[in-house]
Design a protein around this ligand. Sequence first.
Ligand SMILES: Nc1ncnc2c1ncn2[C@@H]1O[C@H](COP(=O)(O)OP(=O)(O)OP(=O)(O)O)[C@@H](O)[C@H]1O
Length: 251
Amino acid sequence: MNPNTVTHGRAGTSAIDAKGLVKRFKTGRTFIEVLKGVDFDARHGEMTMVMGPSGSGKSTLVAALSGLLKPDEGRVDALDVDDLWDHSAGRIDKFRLDNCGFIFQGFNLFPAMNATQQVMTVLKYQGVPKDEARRRAVAALEEVGLGARLNQRPDSLSGGEKQRIAIARALAKDPALLFADEPTSALDGENGQVVIRLLRRAATEHGAAVICVTHDPRLEAWADRVIHIEDGRILDDQRRTPDPNATLGSH
Ligand SMILES: Nc1ncnc2c1ncn2[C@@H]1O[C@H](COP(=O)(O)OP(=O)(O)OP(=O)(O)O)[C@@H](O)[C@H]1O
């Protein structure tokens, strides 16, 4: 395990509790309701998968939970912050910086930075001194198996390696809340498996609440819980026993 790891809340305790989330978007003269009163909770040490068809509101839900997009109605209690959306924009930004890791499909890497710098930048934003940031960045990159790629820039790395940098960047912060949106969709089976196992470990070993949006039903094998959302409503919410040794195979 990464030596910087702190274990967040006790496994199974609540990390996020959201009630009655409603989100509408204006399209022309009408509004479409994308979240129709969603209740959602996620716990420390668990991987919660959010599945559902395209346009069902998965990304909108994650954005509302993580302080990225204000819902029109409802509340989000996250970690020690009651009613996140009742706070100032600055407080919400600080909450995200301190507590949230994000892994999105497009990697969002800076083209001019090498792997170590990509990870260090986020830590420096958090106020971690440079030497400490470097040490933690290297440790996080080693944890995701990129110890031999520390000085490489994104254009000389494969898709799987880029995604692992994005994960190292998220894990180096040791976030209590880890949000992943389609983290494996751009990857082949082997790299997808590396990525999903790292997310699983963030939950099991770091105590993070991992919330993973995906279309890929094969990822369910690693989940503690699978939530199906359709047309802005939760249709199904099932607990299961994760299999950390599951295999993804190739697509
Ligand atoms: N900023 C926006 N303005 C207008 N409509 C939006 C906006 N963001 C999302 N939508 C609409 O809200 C609906 C839900 O979008 P969302 O991205 O949450 O779905 P999703 O389940 O994540 O889909 P996908 O699996 O395709 O990513 C879609 O119909 C989308 O077009």
